[in-house]
Ligand binder design. Sequence first.
Ligand SMILES: *Cc1c(COP(=O)(O)O)cnc(C)c1O
Length: 234
Amino acid sequence: MMEKLSAKEFDENFSSILEKLNKAAEGSNRRLKDISILAATKTVDADTINYAISRGINLIGENKVQELLSKKDQIIEVEKHFIGHLQTNKVKDIINEVSLIHSVDSIKLAKEISKQAVKNEKTMDILLEVNIGGEESKWGFEPENLEENLEEIASLPNIRIKGLMAIPPVCNEPEENRKYFRKMYKLFIDIGTKKIDNSSMEILSMGMSDDFDVAVSEGATLIRLGTALFGRRI
Ligand SMILES: *Cc1c(COP(=O)(O)O)cnc(C)c1O
């Protein structure tokens, strides 16, 4: 049983997202296949997540370690990412559970991921989180220091930087975030041209339920959707 949402509601939500996404992609001459939808599944029950997967969602993301671990055995096998702030002492718990960590926001965290990856004889793919709005309250590297931090992280063993992630400031109008998305895209392209070893700018993770169309029109390659898919969290 799905707890908060009917199958019909999910289907309607999903199809209006696809319609809006299509329009945004078309309007900016981008191909749909270059844009991934990640379902942000915090507070969503396993049956609802499994229904979403049965309808075509093929990538999910959790932002809390505990929640990810408690749901994992109930969820159909699908690509999984970690998208929330990650404490260093929890890295060992998710290193074998996710294929990408979006939210690497400090050298200390990157070092721990590297250490655990070595221990587990794997290479961990990560994104660096950028505090694009320069907010005191937000995690992430400052745009001004991004490159030097990226170079240091890229030199750590068993880590591969696949791109950047951002959560812009909360705003009233999605259009207000366009300038941040644009800044992110510029960073993404600029760093990509530097061809730093162990780093490739392939994934630009930005845009959520309220502003994903704007993010896509500014170059997002991965959008993270919670509310738009599953309804308001209570
Ligand atoms: C919850 C969450 C989202 C999705 O937020 P919505 O506004 O509900 O789409 C995206 N990214 C992160 C990191 C989240 O924690």
